[in-house]
Design a protein. Structure first.
Lengths: 106, 115
């Protein structure tokens, strides 16, 4: 099974900060990597697919990069609406989520 | 507008059964892979099961293999998850989600396994 490991687990940041979340796969997954945002009590929302493609309707301050086993999600300038939990997901072989990164207000 | 509406959750005793449903609208249901994902209280997301657009290919997480069965009825735009031999650790919100990766999600239905 492919394991996905995110870091950090929690991130404290301020509005306007540049934020980076890392996701590592236990084996190469090419670019079959997605990122989701989830707010409390709500369903997740797809942000990025194929490692770096922005889902329709997602603000351009979100970007993704990486391939193989190392991936990053970057928020260029954190907005109040961005405080949430973020998950990576591999969809190369079946589907596996990372454990999540909670972005909280500093 | 894509809509996915889950139902069928509730309180069930350990060892019991439940059938979850997800009704889809706003898109051509029979063209999409569909999925179930769950989230235990305060925990992260866990993929559970997936089914191909025609229903021929089914995939299950090891944690539910032999106990959960995914199915679909394309004539009714509906996705199902039959849960058997339920355990306390199956307690979670169960979401249905469209496509691969998961580009639309329902609001979820809560399954609580407790005596």
């Amino acid at each position: 099974d492919i394991q996905m490991t995110q870091s950090p687990s929690t991130l404290s940041a301020s509005v306007g900060d540049r934020v980076t979340i890392t996701c590592r796969a236990s084996q190469s997954i090419g670019t079959w990597l997605a990122w989701y945002q989830q707010k409390p009590g709500k369903a997740p929302n797809l942000l990025i697919y194929k490692a770096s493609s922005l889902q329709i309707g997602v603000p351009s301050r979100f970007s993704g990069s990486g391939s193989g086993t190392e991936f990053t999600l970057t928020i260029s300038s954190l907005q109040p609406d961005d405080f949430a939990t973020y998950y990576c997901q591999q969809y190369d072989t079946y589907w596996t989520f990372g454990q999540g990164t909670k972005v909280e207000i500093k | 507008e894509v809509q996915l509406v889950e139902s069928g959750g509730g309180l069930v005793k350990p060892g019991g059964s439940l059938r979850l449903s997800c009704v889809a609208s706003g898109f051509t249901f029979n063209s999409y892979t569909m999925n179930w994902v769950r989230q235990a209280p305060g925990k992260g997301l866990e993929w559970v099961s997936s089914i191909s657009s025609g229903g021929l290919n089914v995939y299950n997480a090891d944690s539910v293999k032999g106990r959960f069965t995914i199915s679909r009825d394309n004539a009714k735009n509906s996705l199902y998850l039959q849960l058997e031999s339920l355990r306390a650790e199956d307690t979670a919100v169960y979401y249905c989600a469209r496509s691969n990766p998961f580009d639309s999600w329902g609001q979820g239905t809560l399954v609580t396994v407790s005596s």
